[in-house]
Design a protein around this ligand. Sequence first.
Ligand code: M6R
Length: 612
Amino acid sequence: MCGIIGYVGARPCKELVLSGLEHLEYRGYDSSGLVLVGEHGLDRARAVGPVKALRAVAGGVSETATAGMGHTRWATHGGVEERNAHPFLSEDGRFAVLMNGIFENYIDLRAQVTAKGHTLTSDTDTEALVHMIEEEYDGDIAETCRRIFPRLEGHFAFLAMAIDEPDRIVAARLAWPPLVVGRGEGENYIASFTPAFLEQTRMIQIVDESELVIVTADNVEFRAIADGSPREHEIERADDSIEVAAKGGYESFMLKEIHEQPTAIADTIAERFHHGELHLDGFGLSDDDLREINRVLIVGCGTALHSGLVGRYLIEEWGGVATEADVASEWRYRNGVFDPKTLVLAISQSGETADTLAAMQIAKERGARVVAVTNIMGSAIARAADGVLYTRAGLEIGVAASKTFTAQVTLMTLIALHLGAVRGHLSPEDVALIGGELRELPDLVQQLLDDKELDAQLDMLADRFCHDRFFLYLGRHLGLPICQEGALKLKEISYIPTDAYAAGEMKHGPIALLGEDTPVVAVATDSHVFEKMASNLEEVRARGAHVIAVATAGNTSIEAHAEHVLYVPRTRPELQPILAVIPLQLLAYKITGRLGLDVDRPRNLAKTVTVE
Ligand code: M6R
């Protein structure tokens, strides 16, 4: 989950590398570093903290270098210290290496290079590689790396340079950490993700697994790691615009992305309905296969899992098939029992989450049919699945997911409708009716985002409760995963402890947490469990806690059970989750703002979690 960029061309490249790192910073920001080919050797700068800290120390590094590479780190092996920041240099200073991912056999690798007399300066897995290169270099950095590659275990993407070959960067990857080449005029880039160079070029080539790439100013050569044979890759045009990587007038990426939800939902639905008929292509399974499915298993992590939990209710309701949802990191170590009639839906906005990828691979090995639900085309999860259904939320940079959540819930809704239609649980008329209401959601979300009264209410709540030490979230049925998502949003950006509970479970334990002033956030939108929720809220109020309820516009009966009511527009209960989550996102956002914290870069978190 680190960010990588490399450049070889004719222009002075320090600024290109630094600005590329800034675009990748959301992937990890514990520390960063760069190395450039200077007049007297490899010139390196590293700093703990965000890229602006690197800028502050990079003044002494070559202004004229036309080749170099940079790295922004999310610590795995070794603490957040400058000596653990990438790139790493060999002792003779002739070689440099940086890496995203993990060498799982790093203990052996470190022992091997130490046994050969090298002194390790960091606690990382990566540093061993630069010493191996120094040890084995034979005048050709590409072939040296190719020879060493089979001894590296794990999942990684690395870049390497040698001062004796100052006009080239060599890169290689194994498993899911991505690499993409950017093709320019007389210059080329290699990075973990396109925003790193999108301001310079949109022409890209995706690097495959177990491939070696040699990047020079005028050429990019791909070779198979196994035998060094040449590989060909088409040059494609990247769709992402660099504008999405900028805040576009909002004070943070998260706020911008919250406001992009109407578009994310609309784009995820777009073109999937024709004249009221749903066409959900990408399953990789025929309608006959889908009719045969006797069980659905949904796996994901964090926010992605919460969207899966919404999907579970909808698939059971409309698809008429037994459905469960589980944390990918737990499920992968269970001895899950299933057969080819099990459909596994692996949800991951980044498409890179290690636990989700591992869970889907295990499911495939055991014979299940696996469909990926992701926001990133060509991501590891997309490539590993039998079929892929894309959310179309656009690039999300804020570490706390917002628009990708509502896009995922939208897609889960479409999947449930599709299964219902194909399996005969829903009539074409039902699908057309629900589809019509689904297509109204972007407008209803926009209405919520434009609601000045709601905004003022949220400001008031943020002012009043921002210094509270604990928030309890309560919900039932479809309201429960929305509470879980709301609670995750608040805790991950404001660091205020939260718990999300099934309201019916409250009296089996969490009720003990309630004090006179505890804020309790409840999702109590209209549904068959509304009355039950209302009773649970009475139990909360009897303990003196403050109830903040999200409810359906027009149902004022909730006001008898809550001190504060955040109304969301009316739609059918199955579609309410997409509306109910919006005030919870905004509440978390506003509370965090009051606390003066950086919403886009919460401590200890990374946008993509490519480690277990
Ligand atoms: O990329 P993924 O959807 O697989 O990521 C899963 C989680 O890491 C992610 O949702 C995380 O919980 C976010 N910080 C939530 O805001």
